[in-house]
Design a binder for this molecule. Structure first.
Ligand SMILES: [Zn+2]
Length: 140
């Protein structure tokens, strides 16, 4: 049986090839598995005015959401400077917040630098505890 974590890592690594990073040379790739089984990939996209830069994780999620897919199971993220992938490339705070919008408590995050070297984390336990989500809006 195919190992989905390895597949997501492979696709995330491949996605770094398309990273548009003329300013930082820091390439990031992400591959997110939707609950419907489809996988969406993304890369980071920089801009001369810096602020409009979009991260790989959000590129992948926004691609999916723009096609009507809003529920996800897990995401693999890789990144590093000048094509050298870091042992672990953790998502920025903005991406954590965006991811939290579309995932449930079982969502997993895979961080590493190869198909054979990665760690699987529980998103809301290990990566984004004490998050603010849509559930908080309805609390009384
Ligand atoms: Zn980010």
């Amino acid at each position: 049986m195919e190992n989905i974590n390895k597949k997501l890592m492979k696709l995330a690594i491949e996605a770094t090839e398309f990273a548009y990073v003329p300013y930082s040379n820091f390439r990031v790739g992400a591959a997110i598995l939707a609950k419907n089984g489809k996988i969406y990939t993304g890369c980071n996209i920089e801009n001369a005015s810096y602020t409009p830069t979009n991260c790989a994780e959000r590129t992948a999620i926004f691609k999916a959401v723009s096609e009507g897919v809003t529920e996800f199971k897990k995401i693999a993220i890789v990144g590093g400077p000048n094509g050298n992938l870091l042992e672990s490339c953790s998502p920025c705070g903005v991406c954590r917040q965006v991811i939290a919008e579309f995932v449930d408590k079982d969502f997993e995050m895979i961080l590493g630098n190869s198909e054979d070297n990665y760690t699987v984390y529980k998103f809301f336990v290990d990566i984004f505890p004490f998050s603010f989500t849509k559930d908080d809006l309805n609390k009384k």
